[in-house]
Design a protein around this ligand. Structure first.
Ligand SMILES: *Cc1c(COP(=O)(O)O)cnc(C)c1O
Length: 371
């Protein structure tokens, strides 16, 4: 699900000196270079490439970080979601009974699942609810769990953008029955290839996820169930272990940059990200503003050397892949309006104060030209 990979590739490879990219992977890599290269060499010297000591150690460390009993390393976030569903027995249902996704509109302030609309979307067939902690802002989990629990419906957190986010004392990934993470390179915790994880407090569910990720096999050449090849490899696990030690610092920096951007952009024509609710800690995977003339703003910032992205330009219910579900334009008005107005500004831990000031100057210049 690399929605905007061309944006990312441009952000990484086509940045000229003095430009501010949407995300700066080289700035993150430089200080970790020696440590990461020697970790990769260590894996290759041992030639234990899958299901080895690095993955086991990363699983323990990531579970501890999230505050869960278990974490299973998975090949990527998409596979993590599929395996979480299968662990709940829903994978079988999809093929056997033709289960279909039902979408629910989002809250206009938070861009996350609107609990007020959730109840009406539940049918006797609903097996699981998958709230997305979009842009690093936790969905309203207390309200969602209050609806799901009495009905016996499972909740799977899509925490692919929310490593380290929290509500009160609970980290993203520890609130639902299962949670899915992506370590796609641009995420707050990113590998240098594919990576993902499923976290859960239920050892039986974790065991099923581990079974499904490795061909349904616990003992070599014996297959209990039809599984997948969805393993996290040892090189990525070794890299992730190093980066996990920096994740909290990076998130602190992201939050500080978000606060500085919001202060610098106050009074401009942009709608800024809504403040976090009480006890909610966001991790700003993306810093997303809104503007009715989004495309003009994007072009104007590009002229001034500022990289931006659109996350996401076409809502999932209007994608050709889901045409058979029969949703028409207007089905999810909040989502559709957001898709037309959202713009992601540069956001990464290494963003400098001077860069934030340049972004604000460029927005003010756009406003002045339009006035
Ligand atoms: C990145 C992402 C995924 C998919 O993760 P991959 O590792 O790219 O497969 C799923 N959901 C959300 C919200 C994401 O941001």
């Amino acid at each position: 699900m690399n929605y905007a990979w061309k944006d990312w590739i441009m952000a990484i490879t086509e940045t000229q000196v003095g430009e501010i990219p949407l995300v700066d992977l080289k700035a993150q890599f430089e200080p970790l270079r020696d440590e990461i290269l020697s970790a990769i060499a260590g894996v290759l010297d041992g030639m234990h490439l899958f299901l080895g000591p690095q993955q086991r150690a990363f699983e323990e460390e990531f579970a501890r970080y999230c505050g869960t009993a278990e974490a299973a390393g998975i090949s990527n976030g998409t596979d993590a979601l599929e395996l979480a569903l299968r662990a709940l027995g829903i994978g079988e249902a999809i093929s056997a009974a033709g289960a279909t996704p039902t979408f629910v509109d989002v809250d206009p302030q938070t861009s996350t699942l609107d609990p007020a609309l959730l109840e009406a979307a539940i049918t006797p067939h609903t097996r699981a609810i998958i709230p997305v902690h979009l842009y690093g802002r936790p969905a309203d989990m207390p309200a969602i769990l209050a609806i799901a629990r009495p009905r016996g419906i499972a909740v799977i957190e899509d925490a692919c953008q929310a490593h380290g986010a929290s509500i009160g004392e609970q980290r993203a990934g520890s609130m639902g029955d299962l949670a899915c993470f992506s370590f796609y390179f641009s995420k707050n915790l990113g590998a240098y290839g594919e990576g993902g994880a499923v976290t859960t407090n239920d050892p039986a569910l974790a065991e099923r996820v581990r079974l499904f990720r490795d061909h349904g096999s616990r003992v070599r050449y014996e297959h209990e169930v039809i599984g997948r090849n969805a393993r996290l490899d040892e090189i990525q696990a070794a890299i992730l272990r190093i980066k996990l030690r920096h994740l909290d610092d990076w998130n602190v920096q992201r939050r500080a940059h978000a606060a500085a951007l919001s202060a610098a952009l106050a009074g401009t024509s942009l709608t800024l990200p809504a403040p976090s609710g009480a006890g909610v800690s966001q991790v700003f995977h993306l810093y997303v503003v809104r503007h009715p003339e989004r495309d003009q703003l994007k072009a104007s910032l590009a002229e001034r050397g500022i990289g931006t992205g659109i996350h996401y330009p076409r809502p999932i219910h209007l994608q050709p892949a889901y045409a058979s579900l029969g949703y028409a334009p207007g089905a999810f008005p909040v989502t559709e309006r957001l898709a037309a107005e959202v713009l992601s500004l540069p956001m990464y831990a290494e963003l400098a104060d001077a860069q934030i000031e340049r972004i604000a100057e460029a927005v003010r210049a756009f406003d002045a030209a339009g006035a």
